[in-house]
Design a protein around this ligand. Structure first.
Ligand code: PEP
Ligand code: MG
Length: 324
């Protein structure tokens, strides 16, 4: 069984009816990047940069960050690397003094792009480091916790100005660095048609999207099954986001834990998803699940999935398409 899975390293993530699905990796260490490369990941879909900022008392400077990002780009040898800007808030063990320390409700507080825009100095250092790394291979910038159009417009403006600065300083950076928004706040998901035009791609953070949509703390075990993407509202919103992005020709991925759950792959494919970003440890299982499905059959079964009224019905739908 393990050996069979291992053999899939060199196989494409292709459905039975011949559609190639892109499996990107979530990574935050050198080991993750090496594993992603070895497993044939399409690229890095989510490089979490928080670890550079946590567990230390001083902020990383531009050169330290540049080296870290450049190494990921070099490690992927020409495959796309998506660097997520810092998603820091009072929920993380931050000792640099960057985040506020005692917010009453960290999940709803100054985190992600909100903190970045509030600390333009720190954010600019990070963006300079990321853009410098773009001179070494294909790189994209992903912005976490976007809730309004203005935020992504502000980041786009900043990126443009910093790119100009770097070029005039003599740095060789990419002509165009695609900018994407994480869709993980319900307001951003609903308002997406109004700002899909100002982003190059989107990535759905189902961990936070589920938490905020269901008002269910992602870290609170007492909630049991309540915190789960298998809720009709989550599926409807996912479907809407995917449709909005695809209608405008913008790549859309899911990068939350949901993408790494092989049992849920048929559901995401039915909703129209063609890009997954997941931890390398789950990549081959998801590849195997994709290779066992026909995309045309799943798409035909999408209406019945969207009609499910509760979790039981969604699980029955999954059982049925997997048995067929
Ligand atoms: C998410 O929210 O789904 C996500 C991928 O980001 P994080 O888990 O880092 O909040
Ligand atoms: Mg998130």
């Amino acid at each position: 069984e393990r050996k069979q899975l291992h053999r899939l390293r060199r196989e494409p993530s292709r459905t039975l009816d011949g559609v190639d699905v892109k499996l990107f990796a979530n990574a935050e260490s050198r080991e993750d990047v090496a594993e992603a490369h070895a497993l044939g990941a399409a690229g890095v879909g989510l490089y979490r940069t928080e670890f550079l900022f946590l567990q230390r008392s001083e902020l990383p400077d531009e050169d330290e960050q540049f080296r870290a990002y450049r190494d990921v780009v070099l490690g992927m040898t020409g495959r796309a690397v998506t660097i997520r800007t810092m998603d820091i808030g009072a929920d993380k063990a931050d000792r640099t003094g960057l985040a506020l320390t005692d917010e009453p409700n960290p999940a709803l507080g100054l985190r992600g792009v909100r903190l970045s825009l509030a600390r333009a100095d720190v954010f600019e250092t990070q963006l300079r480091a990321i853009l410098r790394a773009s001179g070494y291979g294909p790189l994209r910038v992903l912005v976490p916790m976007v809730s309004a159009r203005e935020e992504i417009v502000a980041v786009a403006k900043l990126v443009k100005r910093i790119a100009r600065d770097l070029r005039s300083e003599g740095h060789e950076i990419a002509d165009h660095v695609p900018l994407g928004a994480m869709i993980e706040v319900p307001a951003a998901a609903i308002a997406l048609p109004g700002f899909i035009g100002v982003v190059d791609f989107v990535s759905i953070g189902t961990n936070d999207l589920t938490q905020y949509l269901l008002a269910a703390d992602r870290g609170n075990d007492a909630l049991g099954d309540l915190y789960s993407p298998l809720h009709p509202a989550v599926l409807k919103l996912l479907h809407q986001i995917i449709r909005t992005a695809k209608a405008r020709g913008k790549p859309v991925a899911v990068c939350g834990e949901m993408a790494g759950d092989a049992t849920l792959a048929p559901l995401l494919l039915a909703l129209g998803l063609e890009e997954f970003s997941l931890h390398p440890a789950t990549l081959l299982e998801v590849r195997r699940a994709i290779r066992a499905q026909r995309l045309d059959a799943l798409r035909a079964a999408a209406p019945s999935l969207l009609r499910c009224r509760d979790r039981d019905a969604i699980e029955r739908w999954l059982g049925k398409v997997t048995a067929d």
